[in-house]
Design a binder for this molecule. Structure first.
Ligand SMILES: Nc1c(C(=O)O)ncn1[C@@H]1O[C@H](COP(=O)(O)O)[C@@H](O)[C@H]1O
Length: 163
C-alpha cells in the first residue's frame, strides 16, 4: 500500500518534503501530487477516484489558506485522509487549520498541527502498521531512537549545570 501525498501548490512542498523522506525511511511507497480542489477540481476528482486501483491506502492532504483540499479528497473516497494545514498567509495557518479540521459530520479529515507534515507521515505509518509487523517493529525502533536523542539532550543540559 502507498500513501498519496497531495498538496495544493508547489509552494507547500518545502513543508511536505521531510514527510515524504520519512515515509521512504520506513519503506512506505508514495505518490506525490500537486492538485487543487479550487484550481484543478477535475484532476482532484480523477486522482482520488482511481486511487484504490493504484494501491493507495491513505492520503496526506496539505494546503494553506482556504484549505478545502482535504475535505474534497475525503468526499470522493472512504480511504483515510490526513490533513496538514499549511502556514501560507498573513493568518499564519489558522485559516488552513480551521478549514481543514471543521469538517461536517460523516466526512472526517484527521487534522495534524499547522505545518505538522512529519506527524502526518508517522500517523500514516501507524495506520499501515496495524497489519504489517515489519512497520510495527520499525516504529518501535523509531521511538527508541527518539528516547536516546532526548537522553543525550538531557545529558548536555546536566553537563552545563555542572560547569
Ligand atoms: N488551499 C488551497 C487549495 C485547495 O484547497 O484546493 N488549492 C491551493 N491552495 C493553497 O493556496 C496556497 C497558495 O498557493 P500558491 O502559492 O500557488 O499561490 C497554498 O498553500 C495552497 O495549498
Amino acid at each position: 500500500m502507498k500513501v498519496a501525498v497531495v498538496m495544493g501548490s508547489d509552494s507547500d512542498f518545502p513543508i511536505l518534503k521531510p514527510a515524504v523522506d520519512l515515509l521512504h525511511q520506513f519503506n512506505v511507497e508514495t505518490e506525490v501530487i500537486v492538485a487543487s480542489a479550487h484550481r484543478t477540481p477535475g484532476k482532484v476528482r480523477d486522482l482520488v477516484s482511481s486511487a484504490e486501483e493504484r494501491g493507495v491506502g491513505a492520503f496526506i492532504s496539505a494546503a494553506g489558506a482556504a484549505a478545502h483540499l482535504g475535505g474534497v479528497i475525503a468526499s470522493y473516497t472512504t480511504l483515510p485522509v490526513i490533513g496538514v494545514p499549511i502556514n501560507a498567509t498573513p493568518l499564519n495557518g489558522m485559516d488552513a487549520l480551521l478549514s481543514t479540521v471543521q469538517m461536517p459530520s460523516g466526512i472526517p479529515v484527521a487534522t495534524m498541527a499547522i505545518n505538522g507534515a512529519k506527524n502526518a507521515a508517522i500517523f500514516a505509518v501507524e495506520m499501515f502498521a496495524i497489519s504489517d509487523d515489519n512497520l510495527k517493529k520499525a516504529l518501535k525502533e523509531y521511538r527508541a531512537k527518539m528516547v536516546e536523542e532526548v537522553e543525550a539532550k538531557a545529558a548536555k543540559v546536566a553537563a552545563q549545570l555542572e560547569k
